[in-house]
Design a binder for this molecule. Structure first.
Ligand SMILES: CC(C)(COP(=O)(O)OP(=O)(O)OC[C@H]1O[C@@H](n2cnc3c(N)ncnc32)[C@H](O)[C@@H]1OP(=O)(O)O)[C@@H](O)C(=O)NCCC(=O)NCCS
Length: 191
C-alpha cells in the first residue's frame, strides 16, 4: 500500500522519515518503553534510523504494518507514532513531553475510522492490547471507541520471548453502545 496522510483537528499523520531519527531515538529511550513496549533497549540512533528508513517503508509496501508519524502540521517535528498491523492490531506511543493533551486519542480515532471505513480490505474489527496496568493506554483505547473484551487467554508479547498478562479491546466501525461502560472494571465509572 502507498503511504496515506490522515488529518484531524490538531494533527497530521504522515510517513515517518529519516529526518525524524534523532527525535525517535530520544523518545524511545523513555523507561516507560522498557516497561510497556518491545522496542529495543537500550535504544540507539541506529535503531531509529533502521526503523525509519528500512522497516517502515517496507512494511507500508507489503501491508504488514502501516505506521504514521504524529505531527501538529505538515513538516512539523514528530511527536509520536501510531501503527496498524496486518492482523488489524493498533499500537502507539507518544514522546513523554507530548502526553497529557489527549493527542493519541485523536490519532487512534482517526486511524480506526479510516481503517474501518473501508480503506483496509477485510478490516471489520481492530484489536488493542496492552500490558495489564498500562492505564494511559487503556484511557486512549476507551476514548477511541474500543470496547474492552476478556478473551480466555489475555496476553501480549513481552521482551525476550516472554508472554505477559494483558488487557484486550476491540473497535468496530460504529462504536458499540456498551463500549465506554466496558472499561468500568479497570478505569472506574468517572471518565
Ligand atoms: C499511551 C500514551 C500514548 C498516552 O498518551 P496521551 O494520549 O498523551 O495520554 P493522556 O496523557 O492524554 O492521557 C490519556 C488518558 O489517560 C489518563 N492517564 C494518563 N497517564 C495515566 C496514568 N499513569 N495513570 C492513569 N491514568 C493515566 C489521562 O487522565 C487521560 O484520561 P482521559 O482522557 O480519560 O481523561 C502514552 O502514555 C505513551 O506513549 N506511553 C508509553 C507507550 C505506551 O504505553 N504505548 C501503548 C502501548 S499498548
Amino acid at each position: 500500500m502507498l503511504p496515506v496522510v490522515l488529518r484531524t483537528e490538531r494533527l497530521v499523520l504522515d510517513l515517518p522519515v529519516e529526518t525524524d531519527t534523532e527525535l525517535v531515538a530520544h523518545y524511545c529511550a523513555d523507561p516507560l518503553f522498557l516497561k510497556y513496549l518491545t522496542t529495543p533497549w537500550p535504544y540507539t540512533t541506529e535503531h531509529a534510523r533502521a526503523f525509519l528508513t528500512e522497516y517502515i517503508p517496507v512494511a507500508w509496501d507489503s501491508g504488514d504494518e502501516l505506521t504514521w508519524a504524529i505531527r501538529r502540521a505538515d513538516g512539523a517535528p514528530l511527536l509520536g507514532v501510531i501503527g496498524l498491523r496486518r492482523d488489524h492490531e493498533i499500537g502507539f506511543w507518544l514522546g513523554a513531553e507530548h502526553r497529557g493533551e489527549a493527542l493519541m486519542a485523536e490519532a487512534a480515532t482517526a486511524v480506526s475510522e479510516w481503517a474501518l471505513g473501508g480503506a483496509v480490505a477485510g478490516a471489520e474489527t481492530l484489536l488493542w492490547r496492552a500490558n495489564e496496568g498500562n492505564l494511559a493506554s487503556a484511557h486512549v483505547a476507551r476514548a477511541a471507541g474500543f470496547r474492552r473484551i476478556t478473551p480466555r487467554i489475555a496476553t501480549v508479547p513481552g521482551r525476550d520471548g516472554r508472554t505477559l498478562a494483558a488487557w484486550h479491546a476491540e473497535r468496530r466501525a460504529e462504536v458499540e453502545p456498551d463500549a465506554y461502560a466496558s472499561w468500568e472494571p479497570i478505569l472506574g465509572i468517572v471518565a
